[in-house]
Design a protein around this ligand. Structure first.
Ligand SMILES: *Cc1c(COP(=O)(O)O)cnc(C)c1O
Length: 418
């Protein structure tokens, strides 16, 4: 979003006009921004045989999936339902990596039926998988290299207490199970969480996977997951993709030479591709002054965007309706949910008036995809700006959506019958 002649725009489309047309609360995504981020990644690894598998759970709208497909990415999915969304939007099964955690063997069998690339993250299921398929269905193994990545404890998944992946400390057991069941391992995978800061952490993980790879002769790819850090506020340190690209390219080439074959390198960015492409737009219902602060009460809440309450994440907030204000004031921006529901404490915003549109940045990833109907509120609508035009890609819900699938029992009739 950029300020042009005193009005906020996305690809030349006026943001207040978008709100007027589609109403608030509203998620707005910029397709051009997604493409830019994707190209950054492609450029950084252009020396290698790179495959990008977009982590669908970050933002699963079918139009976004379809747009990213046109940009040449594959998908990383964590449930059979996400796989179906991917297939529906035209991804080929072999372009989809199925990376679930703690799912049943039945769900993995469904993924095999669909023809997805299977990623297994525990020895128990791997044994059963091997027993069922032998070497007739290849698989990838998710390894936990026990790297301590930065960031929030809830999104760091590589540590020793993590439930994800087969611990690298179990490597010998893992290799025994693979050998005994004649399992064909075509991929090695790690994903250590959402906020890895620097190239060094990736490189340490890479070395661990490269070591293990020497015992697995059928590999076709090594998947480094995601963990790219994105900027949430000014001055945030982000993963230096160019630096990572340079260093990992050198190491990966050396590894392929040792291994004797050129393998593909995979990444599964979610946040990196879509976080900054999204803004969440809300309308100010009320300005409420208390002895402690001035609240901006908006027409949304953690039912629509849970990250600040769940991960303590900081999202930059600004006033779209008053860009030329002479006055900035300190506000606490809160939602309308009947529970503590804060989007941001002590934010300096251009003076906010009731009715003003407030924007929250970095809303593309884990925004709508984590939204709920708590308080029986409708989930927001979604808009994708593409080629200088704002397209509705998800309608606002109605009472029918809230009532769908609920069953209202008729107690009076039951009583009359008795
Ligand atoms: C969630 C997830 C990702 C994406 O993580 P981001 O931080 O959004 O980039 C990648 N791979 C797997 C297996 C995941 O579960």
């Amino acid at each position: 979003m950029e300020l042009v002649d005193g009005r906020y725009q996305i690809q030349g489309v006026d943001v207040l006009d978008i709100c007027q047309k589609f109403d608030t609360p509203l998620y707005v995504y910029d397709a051009e921004k997604m493409a830019t981020k994707l190209n950054m990644l492609k450029d950084a690894f252009k020396g290698l045989n790179l495959k990008i598998k977009y982590a669908a759970k970050a933002l699963t709208n079918v139009s976004v999936l379809k747009f990213l497909r046109t940009q040449g990415v594959g998908l990383d999915v964590v449930s059979i339902q996400e796989a179906h969304l991917g297939l529906k939007t035209g991804f080929k099964p072999e372009e989809i990596l199925f990376t679930p955690n703690c799912v049943s063997l039945e769900e993995i069998k469904m993924a095999v039926e669909l023809g997805l690339v299977i990623n297994i993250d525990n020895i128990s299921i791997l044994e059963q998988f091997g027993h069922a398929y032998g070497d007739s269905v290849p698989c990838c193994i998710r390894i936990n290299p026990h790297l301590m990545a930065g960031g929030n404890a809830n999104i760091s998944v590589g540590h020793i207490d993590s439930k994800f992946g087969v611990s690298i400390l179990q490597a010998r057991h893992l290799l025994r199970v693979i050998k005994t069941n004649n399992i064909k391992v075509t991929g090695l995978h790690m994903h250590t969480g959402s906020d890895i800061l620097d190239a060094e952490v990736f490189l340490r993980g890479a070395d661990i996977l490269f070591d293990l790879a020497q015992d697995l002769p059928d590999l076709e790819f090594v998947d480094f997951g995601s963990g790219f850090r994105v900027a949430y506020k000014e001055g945030d340190v982000t993963t230096d993709i160019v630096d990572l690209g340079k260093k990992l390219t050198v190491r990966f080439k050396e590894f392929c030479k040792d291994y004797g074959r050129e393998l593909e390198i995979w990444f599964e960015p979610g946040k990196f591709l879509v976080s900054e492409a999204g803004h969440f737009l809300m309308k100010t219902n009320v300005i409420k002054t208390t002895p402690a602060t001035v609240f901006v009460g908006v027409d949304s809440g953690f039912n629509h965007l849970i990250r600040p309450m769940m991960y303590d994440s900081h999202h930059t907030i600004f006033n779209v309706s008053n860009p030329n204000s002479e006055t900035t004031r300190v506000y606490t921006v809160v939602g309308y949910i009947c529970e503590t529901d804060t989007f941001g404490w002590d934010r300096k915003l251009n003076e906010v008036r009731e009715g003003d549109i407030i924007a929250l940045k970095n809303a593309g990833a884990y925004g709508f995809s984590m939204a709920s109907n708590y308080n029986s509120r409708f989930r927001p609508a979604e808009v994708l700006v593409h080629n200088g035009k704002a397209h509705l890609i998800r309608k606002r819900e109605t009472m029918d959506d809230i009532l769908r699938n609920q069953v209202m029992l008729d107690f009076e009739a039951e009583k009359a019958e008795a």
